[in-house]
Design a protein around this ligand. Structure first.
Ligand SMILES: [Zn+2]
Ligand SMILES: [Zn+2]
Length: 488
């Protein structure tokens, strides 16, 4: 028995190809692996098939043109899928013309160790491991600790436009200071590679406080995902990357699709799992690995020695039922091993999804503060969401704190006391309830599990307060405003 057969026996459920079985493609070489039932490939045909898939995905979706000289940021987690993505980009760049890819790649890794409770030793070890992998690619790389969310500007929560003037002007001004700080950090170091792995101890504490104030692992994972996206977006904008590639495999997307439905993110499924995601406006997220199963990726990585690193995450070593995401993952993994084709069926559903929500104004207020998707909570009174809100409100009735006539002048807008049964929102600092109105349904559920909203990074709370003030003012002057629908 050849070595390859021995190595993959543990992973392979379908019968291993026998030595005399020929490759279905070239019909000459001996097959070394079964991709699907009766699809036995030899080593070189498998490599060709794998490489072709990547280029075909880019070609089919026409978001990044092979010849386009665009800055593309590769989001790498250290796992085999995102590392395989890096190897495919390297492959594409090294090819002979005219099939050569022309874009300019950079790598970003978000070090989440602070949220997962890793010691600084463990974190340094992981970072060193990844640094070695990144250096070998020759691409510029950014290693950003999650703690950096505590120094993000509020503009990260505002969708940009693809208009080059915009990204060249206002966002640049907004983050100018940020860049200056960075340059101080990097001066003297390799200018291409930004390594912020050393972070302020007070930020590590803030991060710890935030994550220990979140009650459930489900909400923790969701919050971690949100913060990570913000950091990636910010790094991309500051460094002039207009595209970000994520290494989500087909199996990963199947998990994401199902768990997002369970998390109430149905309205955002199309952008969360589709090939391209334009919610940020100026920076487009693409998922070029979506056609590969995790099995194919593991085979490829082992056969062609693609280096990857194991980095513990929030749900490492937790039981299956510890979070919705983790439970869905184990469900899909089991499904994949017993019924491989159902997984691709799940994920192919995501290709057909479109958001039915009308594209309203591009105002930031119409987008969710956290995930930047369209707000899906303005629905009919006859909806399940409305019923939930009513019963929530009824169960929380308490005396009105400041609308007793004494402080009426400072009340939330009605002048004579707003008369509402809930607490008056004007005289309090930001609470869960206030934040809620700015969020989509799913992000509301996550924030509900955050015990102290004050532990959130300031760019979130500041922007939330700003938007609330704005909407209060809008309400106050609403009767003087002309309706958008009025033709006169
Ligand atoms: Zn072959
Ligand atoms: Zn949201």
């Amino acid at each position: 028995m050849c070595q390859v057969d021995e190595e993959y026996n543990g992973l392979e459920k379908t019968p291993a190809p026998t030595l005399n079985k020929k490759c279905v493609k070239c019909k000459e070489e001996t097959a070394v692996l079964n991709i699907r039932v009766n699809d036995a490939f030899c080593r070189s045909c498998f490599k060709e098939y794998f490489i072709h898939k990547f280029r075909a995905m880019l070609g089919k979706n026409r978001v990044i043109f092979p010849q386009e000289k665009v800055n593309v940021l590769l989001a790498v987690s250290g796992g085999s899928a995102s590392c395989a993505m890096v190897s495919q980009v390297q492959e594409g760049l090294s090819r002979d013309a005219p099939k050569k890819l022309r874009f300019l790649p950079g790598i970003i890794y978000i070090d989440e160790g602070g949220a997962c409770g890793l010691s600084s030793d463990e974190r340094q070890r992981s970072v060193a491991q990844l640094k070695k992998i990144f250096t070998e690619t020759g691409f510029p790389y950014f290693i950003v600790p999650l703690e950096q969310v505590f120094s993000l500007p509020t503009s990260v929560l505002v969708p940009g436009t693809s208009d080059p003037d915009w990204s060249g002007a206002s966002y640049k001004i907004a983050v100018d200071e940020f860049i200056r700080e960075k340059q101080e950090v990097t001066s003297g170091v390799d200018q291409l590679s930004l390594d912020d792995s050393v972070c302020a101890p007070e930020h590590t504490q803030s991060l710890h406080r935030l994550f220990s104030s979140i009650k459930t692992l489900t909400a923790k994972e969701d919050m971690l995902h949100t913060l990570r996206q913000h950091l990636i977006l910010h790094t991309a904008r500051v460094n002039g990357y207009s595209k970000v590639m994520m290494g989500d495999s087909c199996s990963r997307l199947a998990v994401k699709l199902l768990s997002n439905i369970a998390l109430g993110r149905g309205a955002a499924l199309a952008s969360d799992t589709g090939f391209s995601d334009t919610r940020y406006g100026d920076v487009v997220i693409v998922r070029p690995m979506r056609d590969y199963s995790s099995k194919e990726i593991v085979f490829y990585s082992r056969m062609f020695h693609v280096p990857s690193a194991f980095i513990p995450s929030l749900d490492t070593k937790t039981p299956n039922k510890s979070s919705i995401q983790h439970l869905t993952e184990s469900f899909v993994t089991n499904l994949q091993s017993d019924f491989p084709s159902t997984v691709s069926t799940i994920y192919r559903t995501s290709e057909k999804l479109h958001t039915a929500l009308p594209q309203r104004s591009q105002e930031p207020a119409s987008k969710c503060l956290l995930c930047l998707c369209a707000i899906d909570t303005t629905v009919d009174e006859a909806s399940a969401l409305h019923a939930t809100l009513v019963s929530e409100r009824l169960s929380q009735i308490k005396p009105h704190e400041s609308c007793d006539g004494v402080n009426a002048a400072r009340c939330c807008g009605e002048g004579q006391g707003c008369g509402s049964t809930g607490p008056c929102s004007y005289n309090r600092s930001l609470l869960n309830e206030d934040l809620k109105t700015l969020l989509c349904y799913s992000c509301r559920l996550t924030v509900k599990d955050v015990e102290a909203v004050s532990t959130l990074p300031t760019y979130i709370t500041t922007e939330a307060e700003k938007r609330q003030t704005r909407s209060r003012m809008k309400m106050q002057i609403s009767e003087y405003l002309l309706n958008d629908d009025d033709d006169e």
